[in-house]
Design a protein. Structure first.
Length: 355
């Protein structure tokens, strides 16, 4: 193994939109936050954030959570019983990136749908739903990701959501939105968060992705669902104390960091078109709708681990997604000059050849 210490500082971090640092203004808002005991409902800033997000998503109630993962897990735990099945895209975070949590804690199965850009339609959903049989798992819940992360940040069109959600209801399924990047979808599509969330029983937004907060997510739904979610929040150790410091960052982000997501999308498009011009790099810039760019490097004949290392030595981070695939994500700590530099370094790293 190489000593990480010998690598230069990451100057351009396209690894993930979780890598943002709080801005000075956000830190000031955090320092000024009024706080209390969240578990007693006495933290006014957290209460304000919960009300704000419930309103934003058009739901009865909301609850602050330490992460998006716990929002998904708790939502699935409340929606399902042991022996139930959760249907989602094959690339879904709930399927591949949450430690099989719902199987471990809830005894439920996941049934993935293999689909283009991780977006499926009502007929694909129907094909995945089990017919009621004593020996079959019970289909119970559908999870959609807005935007679809492994789908390259693809935006679920509102009509597609409505159609899948309507079909889900015909099958008696609940519908949950993993809204880790919902606000990116809203800005890209010009659709309100409330409209995107309306077809869902439950939904959440992440504060620590493109919105630029250090910590946090907010889960919303009907009042009885949120009460049940609170039980799991305690059970899993997610109930907090003076969380207002974090909630203040969330309120600040909702005020100041939503519209600017358009800049991240523009930077992603610029990066995509520069990268697409590099011989051996395959990607269609037309498919870049938000802040995520997947690169197919199979035609370069260079292992992505080698490309990662070369870029990293130049202070540029792009994530390895497999032996031939890499992922770049833009966010508020990445400028246009940064993506231009990253693309130039990528060109150089590819040009250097396989060894
Ligand atoms: C990041 C992410 C999550 C998990 O959010 P954390 O706040 O990192 O726990 C869930 N779903 C999707 C689509 C994500 O990209």
């Amino acid at each position: 193994m190489t000593n990480v210490q010998t690598l230069p500082r990451v100057a351009v971090d396209l690894g993930s939109d979780t890598s943002t640092r709080p801005t000075k203004a956000m830190l000031a808002a955090m320092m000024a936050a009024e706080t209390g005991d969240e578990q007693l409902g006495e933290d006014p800033t957290t209460t304000a954030l919960n009300e704000r997000v419930a309103d934003l998503l058009g739901k009865e109630a909301a609850v602050f959570m330490p992460s998006g993962t716990i929002c998904n897990q708790i939502a699935m735990l409340v929606h399902t019983r042991p022996g139930d099945e959760v249907i989602c895209g094959a690339g879904a975070h709930v399927y591949g990136s949450e430690g099989a949590g719902i199987a471990v804690m809830g005894g439920a199965l996941i049934r993935p749908i293999a689909c283009d850009r991780d977006i499926f339609d009502a007929d694909q959903l129907t094909a995945a739903v089990r017919r009621p049989k004593m020996r079959a798992p019970r289909s119970r819940l559908v999870v959609l990701e807005q935007t679809a992360n492994r789908g390259g940040g693809a935006v679920w069109p509102l009509a597609a959501i409505q159609s899948v959600a309507a079909r889900a209801r015909e099958h008696g399924l609940a519908v949950h939105m993993d809204g880790a990047r919902l606000m990116n979808a809203c800005v890209a599509a010009g659709v309100s968060a409330k409209d995107f969330a309306a077809p869902f029983d439950t939904a959440w937004i992440d504060l620590s992705k493109g919105l630029g907060c250090p910590v946090g997510a907010v889960l919303a739904g009907p009042r009885d669902f949120i009460e049940a979610a609170w039980v799991w929040k305690h059970r899993l150790g997610g109930a907090l104390r003076q969380s207002g410091i974090l909630a203040a960052a969330g309120l600040h982000a909702l005020d100041h960091h939503v519209e600017r997501l358009a800049v991240d999308h523009e930077n992603a498009r610029i990066f995509a078109s520069l990268a697409a011009a590099i011989p051996g790099v395959r990607l269609d810039p037309q498919t870049v709708e938000t802040n995520i760019v997947f690169l197919d490097l199979s035609a370069t004949g260079i292992d992505t681990a080698i490309l990662y290392r070369r870029l990293r030595e130049q202070g540029v981070r792009i994530m390895v997604e497999g032996p031939t695939r890499m992922r770049a994500v833009t966010h508020l700590d990445v400028t246009r000059a940064d993506v231009e530099r990253a693309a130039a370094m990528l060109a150089q790293s590819v040009e250097a050849g396989p060894t």
